[in-house]
Design a protein around this ligand. Sequence first.
Ligand SMILES: Nc1ncnc2c1ncn2[C@@H]1O[C@H](COP(=O)(O)OP(=O)(O)O)[C@@H](O)[C@H]1O
Ligand SMILES: [Mg+2]
Length: 301
Amino acid sequence: MTVTAEREPAQVATLDPAAIAREASPEALSGTSRTPALLIEHLSKRFVVGRKRKPVTAVHHVSIRIERGEIYGILGANGSGKSTLIRLVSTLLTLDEGRVAVFGHDIEREEMRVKRLINRVSVDAAFFKKLSPWENLVYAARLYGLEAGPAQREAVRILSRLGIKESRMSRPVEQMSRGMQQKVAIARALLTSPALLLLDEPTTGLDPRSKLDVQTFIEELRADHDATIVLTTHDLDEAERLCDRIALLNDGRVVAEGTAAELKTQVVRDHGGAATLENVFMTYTGRSLDEDVEEESDDAE
Ligand SMILES: Nc1ncnc2c1ncn2[C@@H]1O[C@H](COP(=O)(O)OP(=O)(O)O)[C@@H](O)[C@H]1O
Ligand SMILES: [Mg+2]
């Protein structure tokens, strides 16, 4: 049994993301250019499932450049390739084509280095369900190589900032709502102070109150930590509220990119209609956000 499939015990955390960022940018030091937090160039990924099926191109020649301190949104319907993109960046999947660099470090050539700079939270985060959130966090902290004392204090601090009362911190995770569990998952990812935080649909399936808590927390994160955040969502309001820039993903391709304001101006200028992200999405993807792209898989994920 593992606490999380996302990190391995050998990866010792570095606590100061600013130091990591400084260290991680030889180019910045030499003054040639500012190293982006995340650089994705012509990235492609295909899946072949079974013999009779044709390959699914989940990610198709995607190129994205994300600067430090940005909250960058990847907006797309179900099946558009968001999770695949996140999993590729977090080195959980191998690349078919293209390259990815995190703070200037190539994710294939410097995999261990990159893993120390990132952390990923997905909807299906795994816990020890019988243990409390506090125990889960402290356990993860020890795996990450943090000392017990500071890890415990940090766990309490992060959990309370997420609106989890101290009385709730010691009850089993399995007794918590999905919203609560999602907050614990984000809290756990924060223990390592990742310089690049990848949030895969952090608020999907949450009740409105928990959703708001998590969104507020994400905004505070950027302000307080020196973190760069990539988040996927199929919630237009969330993308507009949280994200400095947004990429629209459709069938594995980036079909539009910009700030919410730029995208709205662009759609009205080129295609008319309302200055809303909904219009942007419908125009550039030809579908509604609630639509599932395809239902090829016949088994539950
Ligand atoms: N491990 C996998 N094996 C086969 N097909 C996959 C796998 N993961 C994703 N896919 C397919 O890739 C496409 C994109 O999926 P995904 O990245 O999960 O989209 P999203 O996160 O936007 O809903 C879908 O067609 C999905 O069925
Ligand atoms: Mg997904």
